[in-house]
Design a binder for this molecule. Sequence first.
Ligand SMILES: Nc1ncnc2c1ncn2[C@@H]1O[C@H](COP(=O)(O)OP(=O)(O)OP(=O)(O)O)[C@@H](O)[C@H]1O
Ligand SMILES: [Mg+2]
Length: 250
Amino acid sequence: MFALEGVAKRYGPLEALAPLTLTIAPGERVALMGPSGGGKTTLLNLLAAAFPPDAGRLSIAGRPAEGLRPGRELARLVGIMPQGFDLVPSLAVVHNVLAGRLGEWGFARSLASLVVPRERELARTALARVGIPEKLYERTERLSGGEQQRVALARLLLQRPRAILADEPVSAVDPARAEALLALLVGIVAEEGTTLVASMHGVPLALRHFSRVVALRRGRLVFDRPSAAVTPEEIEALYALEDAGTRGVA
Ligand SMILES: Nc1ncnc2c1ncn2[C@@H]1O[C@H](COP(=O)(O)OP(=O)(O)OP(=O)(O)O)[C@@H](O)[C@H]1O
Ligand SMILES: [Mg+2]
């Protein structure tokens, strides 16, 4: 689904992602882990072809990423669930969910779809699948963080991309709901054979639901292996605080 060869990204002098080489097969579930600032969001944005890498080669579904046209073509391949969900707060939930059809329909038809009952049924079905069918006509900004995450997921159900890129998909909910929401997301991608790449801060949660961990720290790959093979020592080292901050204190 994704092939990276020496893919790198910098922001001015900062190396947000050092040259990275890896492949992600169709249907894999990969958790991106590591401390804040490690490069997880940067990598997700690169995989989404939101911006080009500064160096290296990236291909998505066997095609060079730079050749993919934004919009329809890209939307069929990758769907993103961004850290801030990217919903329009002032619109009713139904409109935000139907925005998932934008890639397939183009903008005009998506707007027109708002008055077509059949499309409302699509939105209603998607919302039922994520467990909040009663919120169809609610203004999105009135929903809790966890409910908004479900709306973002419902939108992806309509988009049906081949890969879902999720940036901390369960960060806005309590532990019990995080478990449930992640189980839902994983259940849906498993059913459809969708590839899932998600940045995750909750360690046990990530190890339980993802088959593979890609660990990044300061823009560098620390390890890349099956979740079952990751040891507690590795996790501790991955998240350990720098000792630079305490230097000179003692
Ligand atoms: N638009 C930007 N301009 C400048 N620097 C940036 C930009 N986006 C990210 N960075 C820097 O790049 C590095 C990697 O950031 P990134 O957002 O990928 O980290 P992350 O692993 O997603 O962190 P978190 O867990 O806090 O979300 C950080 O040092 C960050 O400050
Ligand atoms: Mg991030």
